[in-house]
Design a protein around this ligand. Structure first.
Ligand code: LLP
Length: 404
């Protein structure tokens, strides 16, 4: 982060510490939004990438909408100031209670992922005497060519419904007194460096929308999901202009509002994880740098073998590097933040910066090994402020206390 005094931040807030550049988050949102020009668009930030309330508040203040996958994400968005009519609720397994609350809040639309779910939404809407705005998540059977764990657009994945089924569901919803089909949706995968699969999916879904219109089902929202990749190592980030133009071309003049649901693109490279070196050790020929952050703070390297650049903040240019694994204190061999990277020798108390940690970092963190989740801070106009306090032992045991 530009001009950040990491030693001072570590001294003030402790480590491990998530640091977010709020100016960068704002710029990324605006850069994407502006690509659609005069065409109606709604950028619904994918809350799962980082659900910190202050981040949601910042994006809401810029006019963003929100893509949520649990009712608690919806509630977070509302609490942060989101307009209900800019909130989308996606996900393969919404419960009746979640559907009910979403309808009561009056969100923009529920993204339906199966025939069974459509029936539940209809039943819940009926019980409330309301009409539910829905969109159906179409699985276009397109290979997003990304890590299998974050690929979602093939029929072998659990997400969405195939086009033939979507057609039946739209016609059914169209006839229902309690359902209003307003949009269509697809999301084929995450961390896409080559965005042509999104454009291919957009063409398939746009043709399908034309077909539905001919059958009397007029949709207003064309939701292309998230998935825009970012630079972790030496990838080149997709060009936003090309991204937007491909979607506009697929729409072939349709006046639908384009919705996109970027998560990673907005926050990944605006976030860093600051960690302190505890020890160095060598086992045989293998060098380890043991730090105070672990897989419970950032699980991406362990779960997806994801690469995050590590910067040695206390090193001088003249320091000689050697290969090392950067590991955490958790009792698992899979607890690593980086493998076989070149790093100068480290002293206890030196600081390391794990880059590109703003997306799916804190939001996937846990209390494994009874570790306390890290604090989070925002840097805005050069000033640091706490946006989530470090957990305490009291927080950790709160729900068990009194029950033993
Ligand atoms: N919309 C839907 C329906 C999604 O399922 C997702 C992500 C997004 C939008 C946002 O995708 P993005 O723009 O962030 O690529 N934990 C994994 C990523 C899982 C993504 C799940 N769905 C990781 O750390 O790489």
């Amino acid at each position: 982060m530009k001009n950040a005094d990491y030693s001072a931040l570590a001294a003030q807030f402790g480590t491990p510490l998530y640091i977010y550049d709020f100016d960068e988050i704002g710029q990324r949102y605006t850069a994407l939004k502006s690509q659609f020009g005069a065409h109606k668009s709604l950028i619904c930030y994918a809350v799962k990438a980082n659900s910190n309330l202050s981040i949601l508040k910042l994006l809401a203040s810029l006019g963003a909408g929100f893509d949520c996958v649990s009712i608690n994400e919806v509630k977070r968005a509302v609490l942060a100031g989101a307009k209900p009519y800019k909130i989308i609720f996606s996900g393969v397994g919404k419960s009746d209670d979640e559907i009910k609350t979403a309808l009561e809040i009056g969100i923009l639309m529920l993204n339906i992922e199966s025939g069974a779910e459509l029936e539940r939404v209809e039943a819940v809407a009926k019980s409330l005497g309301k009409k539910a705005n829905i969109s159906i998540r179409i699985n276009p059977n397109i290979d997003a060519k990304t890590h299998p764990y974050i690929s979602t657009g093939l029929s072998e994945n659990k997400f969405g419904v195939v086009i033939e089924r979507a057609r039946e569901l739209y016609l059914k919803a169209h006839k229902s007194e309690y359902l209003e089909p307003v949009g269509c949706h697809f999301h084929i995968g995450s961390q896409l460096i080559d965005i042509t699969p999104i454009h291919e999916a957009a063409v398939i879904v746009s043709d399908f929308v034309s077909e539905l219109a001919a059958a009397g089902v007029e949709l207003k929202f064309f939701d292309v999901g998230g998935g825009i990749g970012v630079r972790y190592d030496d990838e080149s980030e997709p060009d936003l202009y090309t991204y937007a133009q491909g979607i506009l071309a697929a729409l072939k003049g349709k006046e639908m509002t384009i919705v996109c649901e970027p998560g990673r693109y907005i926050v990944a490279n605006a976030g860093e994880l600051l960690t302190k070196v505890l020890y160095e050790k060598v086992n045989g020929t293998k060098r380890f740098v043991i730090v105070d952050a672990a897989m419970n703070d950032l699980i991406r390297p362990s779960l997806y073998e994801a690469y995050h650049k590590v910067v040695a903040l206390n090193a001088k240019n003249s320091d000689k590097t050697s290969k090392t694994d950067v590991v955490g204190p958790i009792c698992e061999s899979g607890d690593f933040l980086a493998k076989d990277i070149a790093l100068p020798s480290q002293n206890s108390g030196d600081l390391l910066l794990i880059k590109s940690a703003g997306a799916y970092g804190f939001s996937m963190s846990s209390n494994y090994n009874s570790r306390l989740r890290a604090a989070e801070i925002a840097i805005e106009n050069g000033k640091a402020r706490l946006i989530r306090a470090r957990e305490s032992f009291e927080d950790l045991i709160r729900l068990e206390k009194g029950l033993i």
